[in-house]
Design a protein around this ligand. Structure first.
Ligand code: EPU
Length: 346
């Protein structure tokens, strides 16, 4: 236990006020600590990689439980990782072991245990496709069990585990291809980078290298020396507009920016628009509002809000509101934040 820790030290956005932090390096201590805090009715905030969190400047009045379990076991056709294992370390280890499947999810900051919570995805692959099971600790009943993906209600950047804290991920188990082939390449930009046709597979190591290059080009690989990467990844999810409203939204966009090709993607319950594109066309250029601001959009990707070093949570919230409201006013689309907010609301 450490007292008065600045949570900014534990988050990739590098904001967040003080709290007491309990570091748990084994699953046993993690479960025992949370059980004890729950019994004493002390509020708990779970934190692992800190890469999808926007914590307010007041900090957290309770105990932050830092998940530091790091065990990774690579098998013949999959990998089991404890919740606190660094995700990209897990991906790299599977690719190095000749297992295919996770390579498109290379370079994503954060921990293995967080991946099922919001069905992490990138470059055409979402974790629900490879997930074999998740080990959950039910804080209400005390029960610990492996749960099948079918019980987790996965959707785009969501699952039944998001925005609730009673079910805690202890470990994840992914099924992988022992042949070492990548998942079929379905993301245009990645397929082009590899000279592959849609649906083709390539050696996992080749795909991992290409994904890392693409992500770095967008400032989406954390680099402590580069403030352009001090972010929580995409700050908004790509908005899905119900079919009945699509015409109206398209008309609003055309009225504002003229006749252009609007990037959209099919979604189960409507049409998915590209948040980065909407932000830029609404008038918020890369780097907005400019070099003197401590919180600004990444200079490489409008969907990443970045801390240039001295930003507070309030600065980031204010920037997020400006961008969200600007897009809503111009195009009639309300974007939802992707990171979990603690002690702040947009
Ligand atoms: N675009 C712009 N300006 C920008 C950035 C993007 O106009 O500054 C437009 C372009 O038209 C581009 C399109 O947006 O073609 C899509 O951009 P990109 O391929 O970078 O994808 P994204 O929608 O911005 C999503 C995920 C990322 C994931 C990438 C790659 C969400 C919210 N974000 O980003 O996930 O890595 O696709 O698959 O779904 C994350 O969730 O934190 C995250 C980084």
């Amino acid at each position: 236990m450490r007292e008065s820790v600045r949570l900014a030290e534990l988050t990739t956005l590098r904001v967040g006020g003080p709290a007491t932090v309990a570091e748990c390096a084994t699953t046993e201590s993690l479960v025992a600590t949370v059980r004890a805090l729950d019994a004493a009715e002390i509020p708990v905030l779970l934190l692992a990689g800190g890469s999808n969190l926007l914590i307010g400047d007041e900090g957290f009045d309770g105990v932050v439980v830092a998940v530091r379990t790091e065990g990774v076991e690579i098998g013949a056709d999959g990998v089991v990782a404890e919740a606190g294992a660094n995700w990209d370390t897990v991906v790299a280890a599977t690719v190095a072991a000749g297992l295919g499947g996770l390579e498109c999810l290379s370079g994503i900051p954060g921990s293995a245990g967080a991946t099922p919570v919001q069905n992490v995805g990138a470059y055409g692959v979402e974790v629900e496709r490879l997930l074999r099971r998740v080990r959950l600790f039910d804080r209400a009943t005390g029960e610990i069990r492996w749960v099948a993906p079918g019980e987790l209600g996965f959707g785009y950047r969501t699952s039944v585990l998001k925005h609730r804290a009673d079910a805690m991920v202890l470990a994840v188990d992914y099924a992988l291809d022992p042949g070492g082939s990548s998942a079929p390449l379905r993301y245009g930009e990645l397929a082009v980078a590899l000279g592959a046709t849609n649906g083709e597979s390539r050696p996992a190591a080749e795909v991992r290298a290409a994904v890392l290059r693409l992500r770095a080009g967008k400032g989406m690989v954390l680099d402590p020396a580069d403030h352009d990467t001090w972010s929580a990844g995409s700050f908004f999810t790509n908005p899905v507009v119900p079919e009945a409203r699509v015409r109206e939204v398209r008309a609003a966009i055309t009225a504002h920016v003229g006749e252009v090709t609007i990037p959209t993607y099919p979604a189960p319950d409507g049409v998915k628009f590209s948040a980065g594109w909407l932000i830029e066309r609404a008038g918020f250029a890369k780097g907005f509002p400019g070099p003197s601001a401590s919180a600004r959009l990444s200079t490489k990707h409008t969907l990443a809000l970045t801390n240039r070093g001295g930003a507070t949570a309030a600065d980031l919230v204010s920037l997020a509101r400006t961008v969200r409201d600007g897009v809503a006013e111009r195009f009639g689309i309300r974007m939802e934040p992707e990171p979990v907010t603690v002690g702040v609301t947009l």
